[in-house]
Write a protein that binds this ligand. Structure first.
Ligand code: FAD
Length: 817
């Protein structure tokens, strides 16, 4: 039997090699148009970036070796130009001699791949404009970078290849502007997952233009390429790489009247036979069945090409084998990130009109206590019955391992509930006893069983805030990372004590940084009869997704003419400064921020704290935190995959409202009136915000505000009990000093405060305490009124007048209320 194979790389070479192993007597001829067979096209971007230094490593096998080892007749620079199906031969042109000859076949296998799309736009053929498919393309690009030493490049297209090229060019010191027509890079993943990639690209100083397309390329007077975009903007660059996708090389099939499929692919049956049973087709050029939708699609990935090649060889040699279809398992490295996905994403599920649900978890790749743990965001999409539709993950390590497990589960027909049960290997350096796959299974299982109700990041801004309470259950120290508008802060730790602040008559959206603590809180609330929802993926997913995605305009007016200029010059702080390092590696957000917060408290103004972290979410968090706390982010970079942030402690921020800097205050709260108490707390919180200290000394009727709202059983004598009945208990019973109007005025003012998002009195007390305001109860007044320590809210110091006087000595003012 004679088998002729068109194309000598992934699909073609796999077919040839397996054929020989299955049939020693077969005559195998492999015809390749290019100068190489079986080269590692997936490695091409990395040789440009000099990550793979040795070019030879990309040449997996040569025609000579293939002849020696497998007795395969492979001919490079031989292009098949025509198929004669009737007489079963192909016309071949020897590209070196230009001679054309016929090559007969019993079976023909087409594996011609897919070619980069070059849009019909002005200037796409100018020198300096490239595409990348094979070794000659790679050599041209690398030679240009080596010789011309370009300062700037434009990469058009934010898919796998575009991102790999962008990374590798930046690696070579070329500043990249990445242009992507969609509003996100990496189309296989959902926007909120892609947002993590955008932040990372920006962090790596890629200039990112999303939602904009290439319109034209021309050469300017300075010799640079002027890349015109649909938006009307122009980018100057010395080189342009077009990576906007591939189109199947279907010319031979089309001219031979073979049936075509979706997007110009060649239609094949499950044995990979075309409409002519003696002609097979494999690889990027074929139509395949999507195993989730059962619909035809195409999948330009090396794995399917190589497996199809092997399967075709088996079929040709008499085995009854078939290709089951694809689920689209993919992975790509984007600088320090790993981005991996399988199955359908939200857009595809919506297009297919398939009902689905989804959850997002933020988990560590391995036990957090073992050095080097790094976080990953893992999203699962599934049917209301628990069928797995797809998964996406973004992280640093162990990302593709989890997607591979889920991909296997999908292909085995397993459900969300099976993910909960999966037994996966575990030791601290590699995983957790509850693997991320189990955790995403538990989370989805909770939703399916009705144990947890979730909301998604894109629903938050559509909420009617008057119809829903939003509760942030993070610690106050974490709020510097930002909050959802209108949310109230009740840390999970205190949620049971603060239920009175959460109205029961309307739904509650709970969130924390990652969605885990808010899930715990939602369980508390739901069991108490609340209608509580958890924000899946937490504030981390929300803030990334709703934040700025492009940074194009940041560079709008910057001219960079040489490579040297694009290196950032770090501001060097002057004066005697101490430098301390905080190791926050392995901690998930907000861990690194909390460590930084505590260290900054210890050091002096001007000192530098270097934080090392592995949670890449820290890169955007630290910037926001530094900005909101008056500290200065000096630098942010990565060293060997570890994020290194240098923060210089700033002077305390000047408070709004003109509170004098550097002056402490003591407030004596004599009154228990609501309005006066509010005024007192507003001032105290303002003093703290200005970087000063505040103490509030509650005496006589003011003490009522510090009493718990609920009755506390304590031992009292008759007089004390009588006082106890007469005195209003806690903040809930505090009234306005004027216009109380039998409760109407007080209720009105509380309503207005809520509407205008002014913190309630209990919230202000809590904020003051969390911020470090010393809340002191006068021991003597407590004795007189018969108020016991147990009746006071937690965190109150019971002090004598001497303590109050000592505090006022340190103050430049004592305010009486
Ligand atoms: P190819 O491997 O492209 O081989 C087709 C060959 O056929 C070509 O060499 C072509 O010259 C030859 N040919 C075409 N027409 C003729 C003709 N008429 N006569 C003779 N020869 C002909 N996939 C992944 O899964 N992971 C990755 O990380 C990844 N990275 C990639 C990076 C780059 C830069 C590129 C270009 C591709 C990458 N891919 C990756 C995709 C993967 O390489 C392809 O899916 C796979 O090579 C497809 O195999 P194929 O045999 O269909 O086509």
């Amino acid at each position: 039997m004679k088998v002729v194979i068109v194309g000598g790389v992934a699909g073609g070479a796999s077919t040839a090699a397996r054929l020989r192993r299955m049939d020693e007597g077969a005559e195998i001829v492999m015809l390749e148009r290019g100068p190489n067979i079986s080269f590692a096209n997936c490695g091409l971007p990395y040789h440009i970036g000099e990550v793979i230094k040795d070019r030879e490593r990309l040449l997996v096998v040569t025609p000579e070796k293939l002849k020696e080892m497998l007795n395969i007749d492979s001919r490079v620079k031989n292009e098949v130009v025509k198929i004669n199906r009737a007489e079963k031969f192909v016309m071949v042109r020897d590209l070196e001699t230009n001679r054309t000859y016929e090559e007969s076949y019993d079976k023909l296998v087409l594996s011609p791949g897919a070619a980069p799309i070059v849009p019909p736009l002005p200037g796409v053929n100018l020198p300096g404009v490239f595409t990348l498919r094979n070794l000659p393309d790679m050599d041209r690009i690398k030679a240009f970078v080596d010789e011309e030493k370009p300062a700037r490049a434009v990469v058009v297209g934010g898919g796998f290849i575009g991102l790999e090229i962008a990374e590798n060019l930046q690696h070579r010191g070329v500043q990249v502007t990445l242009i992507e027509l969609l509003n996100q890079v990496m189309a296989p993943i959902d926007p909120e997952m892609a947002a993590l990639v955008h932040q990372h690209l920006i962090f790596k100083k890629v200039r990112l233009a999303l939602g904009d397309g290439l319109k034209s390329i021309s050469t300017g007077e300075d010799g640079w390429l002027k890349v015109g975009l649909n938006s009307g903007r122009t980018v100057d660059a010395q080189m342009v790489i077009l990576s906007i996708g591939v189109r199947p090389e279907n010319r031979l099939a089309k001219e031979a009247d073979l049936e075509l499929g979706v997007r110009g692919t060649i239609r094949v049956n499950s044995h990979m036979q075309t409409s002519d049973p003696d002609i097979y087709a494999v690889g990027d050029v074929v139509e395949v069945i999507n195993r989730i939708t059962d619909e035809p699609t195409n999948m330009a990935l090396a794995g399917p090409a190589s497996r199809q090649g092997r399967m075709v060889a088996d079929h040709i040699t008499g085995r009854d084998v078939s290709f089951k279809g694809v689920v689209g398992t993919s992975v790509v490295k984007v600088f320090d990130l790993t981005v991996s996905a399988v199955g359908l994403n939200t857009h595809q599920l919506e297009q297919a009109e398939m009902e689905f649900m989804n959850v997002i978890v933020h988990v560590s790749n391995h036990a957090g206590y073992y050095p080097g743990a790094s976080p990953m965001a893992l999203k699962l999409l599934f049917s209301p019955e628990g069928k797995i539709f797809g998964a996406q993950a973004v992280g640093i390590e162990g990302v593709e391992k989890r997607i591979d497990v889920i991909a296997t589960a999908m292909q085995a027909g397993m459900s969300v509930f099976d993910l909960e049960e999966l037994e996966l290997s575990y030791a601290p350096p590699f995983g957790s006893s509850r693997d991320p796959v189990n955790i995403v299974g538990f989370t989805a299982g909770n939703v399916l069983r009705g144990d947890a109700k979730v909301m998604h990041w894109d629903e938050v801004n559509q909420l009617d805030r008057n119809a829903m309470t939003v509760v942030d259950v993070r610690l106050p120290e974490e709020l510097g990372l930002g909050m959802i508008d209108g949310a109230i802060n009740i840390p999970l730790q205190g949620i049971r004590q603060h239920l009175n602040e959460i109205p029961k008559n309307r739904p509650v959206l709970l969130y924390c940084q990652t969605g885990q603590r808010s899930y715990f809180a939602s369980r508390v609330l739901n069991q108490l009869g609340y209608d509580a929802y958890n924000l899946t993926g937490g504030y981390k997913t929300y803030s990334h997704a709703v934040g700025r995605q492009s940074n194009f305009d940041v560079f709008e007016h910057v001219t960079i003419s040489s490579r040297e200029e694009i290196k950032e010059i770090l501001p060097t702080p002057s004066g005697a400064i101490a430098e301390v390092t905080v190791d926050a590696c392995g901690l998930q957000c907000p861990g690194p921020i909390l460590k930084l917060y505590n260290k900054i408290k210890e050091v002096n103004v001007g000192d530098i704290v270097t934080v090392q972290a592995t949670d890449y979410g820290f890169t955007s968090d630290v910037e926001a935190w530094a900005q909101s706390t008056g500290n200065r982010l000096l630098s942010l970079d990565t060293e060997d995959g570890i994020i290194v942030a240098k923060i210089q402690k700033g002077a305390p921020k000047e408070a709004a409202g003109g509170v004098v800097m550097g002056k402490n205050k003591t407030l004596v709260i004599f009154s228990g009136d609501l309005d006066k108490a509010l005024a007192g707390f507003i001032i105290a919180n303002g003093v703290i915000a200005s970087g000063n200290e505040a103490a509030m000394f509650f005496t006589f009727w003011g003490l009522n505000l510090l009493r718990k709202n609920e009755h506390v059983k304590v031992k009292k004598n008759l007089i004390e009990r009588m006082f106890g009945w007469m005195l209003p208990r806690g903040t809930q019973r505090a009234k306005l000093s004027q216009m109380h109007m039998a409760g109407m005025g007080t209720a009105m003012i509380k309503g207005i405060m809520k509407k205008k998002n002014v913190d309630s009195l209990p919230q202000m007390i809590k904020t003051a305490m969390d911020n470090g305001v010393r809340i002191q109860a006068c021991q003597m007044s407590m004795d007189l009124l018969g108020i016991k320590r147990e009746e006071l809210i937690d965190g109150i110091e019971v002090v004598g007048v001497a303590t109050m006087l000592a505090a006022s000595d340190d103050s430049n003012g004592v305010i009486f209320i």
